[in-house]
Design a protein. Sequence first.
Length: 76
Amino acid sequence: MTTSDYTKLFKQLKAKPVKLAKYKKHNSPKKRKTGKNTKHCERCGRTGAHIDKYGLNLCRQCFRETATELGFKKYR
């Protein structure tokens, strides 16, 4: 079950608040303290290929798109 799927059953469980609370407790995604999924791209939300240097917090794809606007130059 992905993180977006666990909220789909809320409509069915609204009439049963005890079961809804139990469902949320066991099926909601954990808050991560370490690892790859703690850092997200501020622009698109990707977790892979994250550039944290200089406080950019962008993935490499978004960095390539916005590098000239940020003041970086491409060297050969």
